[in-house]
Design a protein around this ligand. Structure first.
Ligand code: SF4
Length: 325
């Protein structure tokens, strides 16, 4: 084979070269002429041509140009190859493409085999996702206060001025729990300040109690909700471990829940404060009495007597629990 034919064959241009070399070609020959090597091999291996079958193994290994030179001779033996059979083969390129035609543009499918295959992730490669360990229940007072001061567990940390941890006797029998800091509490970092705080102090004094001697005061939520809105349930969930730890450290004999929100949060109920009053509930194993918030009593003086009744019930319950002995 001439060197230029070998070069054309090497670059896959041999079929095109053969077509240009033919001056007059029969339809069958032309169709075969431009077909890929696979089609030509199929023609050569036609089943009803014993002579051709015998020659087929040799011809499959021959360079494409030489195989094509022998095609007319094989067509002389019956049965003849039908043009329809050749055209019906699933060709990868247009059979009648001319040298002047541009090749079809590539599509995504043309490069499907370039897609990178993700490396399989083996079990030992996976970093186990662990929930942050909540060790709040093991903290002492100082560590707990520091944890709250730096807490960012919920969105309320974004707008607070101060966290409001709690105040009072850390070994008191009485524990008073409010809902969340208001504007004054947020500014001063102490629960129950302002007019509501003064009213509370007066009520406690009636029972010979004081936030500086025998009462500890805390809130369910340690940071002020913007606009004094009610805390969201998820905010309560995230903050409650701090209150639970405070209760565990104080070990009170009686808890007074002050206001609807505090009562509902502690008791995990949506019941009204009216239905929760005058009964003894439980929180973390400690008896709980529900009463009104002092800020509410400032606006509803007629309910002060009810609040006094609640405090008397709390005192009786405290005594029943061994308090005052
Ligand atoms: S409200 Fe409680 S949980 Fe939320 S940031 Fe303040 S201390 Fe943390």
């Amino acid at each position: 084979m001439p060197l230029d034919e070998i070069a054309l064959e090497e670059f896959g241009l041999a079929p095109r070269w053969v077509r240009k070399g033919l001056t007059v070609a029969a339809p069958e020959a032309a169709a075969v002429d431009v077909a890929p090597a696979s089609v030509v091999a199929e023609v050569v291996a036609a089943p009803a041509a014993p002579a051709a079958r015998a020659a087929a193994p040799v011809e499959r290994e021959m360079p494409r140009a030489r195989v094509e030179e022998r095609v007319p001779a094989q067509q002389e033996t019956p049965p003849p190859v039908q043009p329809e059979r050749v055209v019906a083969k699933p060709l990868q390129q247009p059979v009648q493409q001319t040298a002047s035609e541009e090749p079809p543009p590539f599509t995504e499918d043309d490069f499907a085999w370039f897609d990178s295959v993700a490396e399989p992730v083996l079990p030992h490669d996976i970093e186990p996702v662990r929930a942050p360990r909540d060790d709040t229940a093991t903290l002492d007072w100082d560590a707990l206060a520091e944890r709250v001061a730096n807490c960012t567990r919920c969105r309320l940390c974004e707008k607070r001025t101060n966290t409001v941890f709690g105040v009072g006797d850390r070994e008191a029998d009485w524990m008073l729990i409010g809902e969340a800091p208001g504007e004054n509490e947020d500014r001063q970092g102490e629960p129950f300040v302002g007019q509501a705080g003064k009213l509370l102090d007066n009520m406690l004094r009636s029972l010979t109690l004081s936030r500086t001697q025998n009462v500890y005061i805390a809130n369910v939520i340690k940071c002020r909700p913007p606009g004094n809105r009610n805390p969201e349930p998820d905010e309560v969930d995230r903050c409650e471990p701090y209150l639970q730890r405070q209760v565990a450290l104080v070990k009170p004999k009686i808890i007074v829940a002050m206001g609807r929100f505090a009562a509902q949060s502690l008791l995990k109920t949506g019941d009204s404060i009216a239905s929760l009053r005058s009964r003894v509930h439980q929180y973390e194993g400690v008896p709980v009495i529900v009463t009104y918030h002092p800020a509410y009593l400032l606006r509803s003086l007629q309910d002060k007597s009810k609040a006094w009744s609640d405090l008397c019930l709390a005192r009786d319950t405290w005594r029943s629990a061994g308090g005052g002995q």
